[in-house]
Write a protein that binds this ligand. Structure first.
Ligand SMILES: *Cc1c(COP(=O)(O)O)cnc(C)c1O
Length: 416
């Protein structure tokens, strides 16, 4: 009888590879002194919110970076989506992918517009443009597509469909800050594109969002809607909400912009480190950011193939036990979350590729706070687990995959 030696992994009782958790979406923080200096200025002016000078400066800078006429800053990406949807006059049904963060669908459902889930293309993870037309009904008013992982959708085809079928076209560009498509920056496609500056995004303003558009009317409607519909001092033109960005958020956004090239450089180095250290690992495929276009590489995503001796969930469990808090974005798919799961129990029939991807992808930690040495350790863990797949499989079968996976304390630092 041979005695198997247990590999050095925390699931077998070794101490975790990382004493402190390694997060996905740990905030990128730029130059502290630059942030503080701007905050001093805010307090000196005593102008805290309501279209202040830093919000305007931030809007101008973001619009310039994307080569777009208007950037309308908001308090967060979700409200920015809601306002863009309303300002564009979408009603009834809107076609949207289910392989996305839940806010994409919520922004529709919140205003009683029905999200109609469209499957994604397994090669790009973006909305499958070949499946959209069969979902159009007399109630369809628009398409809300997502540039997942910051890789732009097939915007040409989407613009064709929208024009031919007379539909509004919005993009959830929450992942796509600073990205380009065939040399044209995000913000210039469809009717409008929506950014998020949440703490976990490549460029953050603590919380924040914006709508980019070249449509003057749409921009002025959105500016009124984010400020209760006020058209004059005591005069309200129509229903609005409070979607304003504060000055302190704009201060953070401006400081983040100053450090943006540094964030991009860190992501590039980290991405290359993952690519080289994961190379040749059976069944582990890195989502690629090929070509000459600009990409933030803020999402390091691996697809765990059928040829991998361990499942995505097994690898996830191994990593979490080592304090590598990888995320299963966007498991289980929006169509399997409430209220959509109850509203559309048949939705899984429409989105088989979404279901498949949701079981296969894993997002790994990157960003300015993650170093190349950390990545070597993460890759080493994956390598050891795969090499000892039989033992890992047996060990996890005993404890159960979902058992005590804990992200305690991560909410404040990184969230979701
Ligand atoms: C982050 C995110 C949002 C929501 O943005 P918030 O600023 O957090 O409200 C919407 N869609 C996608 C795809 C996101 O990743």
């Amino acid at each position: 009888m041979t005695v198997e030696t247990e590999p050095q992994l925390a699931i077998f009782g070794s101490s975790p590879a990382f004493a402190e958790p390694l997060h996905v979406g740990r905030p990128n923080v730029g130059d502290r002194a630059a942030i503080m200096a701007r905050i001093e200025g805010i307090l000196d002016r005593n102008w805290l919110t309501n279209d202040g000078p830093l919000v305007r400066e931030f809007e101008d800078a973001v619009a310039r970076l994307h080569g777009v006429r208007h950037c309308v800053a908001m308090c967060n990406g979700t409200i920015a989506l809601e306002i863009a949807i309303r300002a564009l006059g979408l009603t009834g049904e809107v076609i949207v992918p289910a392989f996305t963060f839940v806010a994409t669908a919520h922004a529709l459902q919140w205003q009683e517009i029905t999200p109609v889930f469209c499957d994604v293309d397994p090669a790009t993870h973006n909305i499958d443009v070949g499946r959209i037309e069969e979902l159009i009904t007399p109630r369809t008013s628009g398409i809300l597509a997502v540039h997942l992982w910051g890789r732009p959708c097939n915007v040409e085809r989407l613009e064709d469909i929208a024009r031919l079928r007379n539909l509004g076209l919005l993009f959830d560009a929450a992942h796509a800050f600073g990205a380009s498509h065939n040399g044209v920056m995000i913000g210039n496609f469809g009717d409008a594109e929506v950014l998020s500056f949440h703490a976990t995004k490549v460029l953050n303003s603590f919380e924040g969002g914006a709508v980019l558009t070249n449509n003057d009317d749409l921009a002025s409607r959105m500016k009124l809607m984010r400020n209760f519909g006020f058209v004059g001092v005591d005069s309200v033109g129509y229903v609005g909400t409070n979607g304003k960005m504060t000055e302190v958020c704009a201060a953070m956004g401006l400081a983040s912009l100053e450090s943006f090239d540094m964030f991009l450089a860190a992501n590039q180095v980290n991405y290359d480190a993952y690519a080289s250290t994961l190379a040749g690992l059976t069944g582990i495929e890195l989502v690629r950011y090929d070509g000459a276009d600009r990409r933030s590489r803020h999402y390091v995503v691996v697809e765990v193939g059928d040829d991998c001796p361990l499942t995505r969930d097994e690898l996830w469990k191994v990593l979490v036990s080592e304090n590598v808090l990888a995320r299963r974005y966007f498991f289980p798919g929006v169509h399997r979350m409430e209220p959509y799961r109850s509203f559309f129990p048949h939705a899984r029939l429409l989105v088989p590729q979404t279901a498949r991807l949701a079981e296969r992808v894993l997002t790994l930690p990157t960003g300015a706070s993650v170093g190349v040495d950390d990545i070597g350790v993460v890759a080493g863990i994956l390598r050891r687990a795969i090499a000892a797949s039989d033992q890992v499989h047996r060990c996890l079968a005993e404890v159960g995959i979902e058992a005590d996976v804990s992200y305690s304390g991560t909410v404040a630092q990184a969230s979701r």
